[in-house]
Design a binder for this molecule. Sequence first.
Ligand SMILES: [Zn+2]
Ligand SMILES: [Zn+2]
Length: 123
Amino acid sequence: MATQCGVCNVNSNKLSYYKFWEESVCREHASDGTLRCYTCHRFKKAQDPEYLDLNDNGRKLCSYCSSIATLDPKECMPLIQNVREFYKSLNLVVDETIPFLLVDKDMMFKFIPGILLYMIRLV
Ligand SMILES: [Zn+2]
Ligand SMILES: [Zn+2]
């Protein structure tokens, strides 16, 4: 196992190993203010491009996550159409317009209280 931190490149015997990213990182980075992507949870390295600030309670995205993030509801229309087609293939016709909004975390908790419990279980 690596002895060098993938974020600050310091050699240490107190590293946490992230199997998904196959990367070892100093344990302190979890609490020392090192910037972390809100979506993939990777720590920002010095050589990484600037993170995208969502202006939403400090949420920021790394360059990879921001490259695939959907920030405009119009971009979601093909996905919604695919969902409608999927339901149609099951003979489950949805005749009403499906309400669709892109909202920040606070707005989700405000209007859909149950989603808080769902999100907590995912963590
Ligand atoms: Zn480190
Ligand atoms: Zn990310």
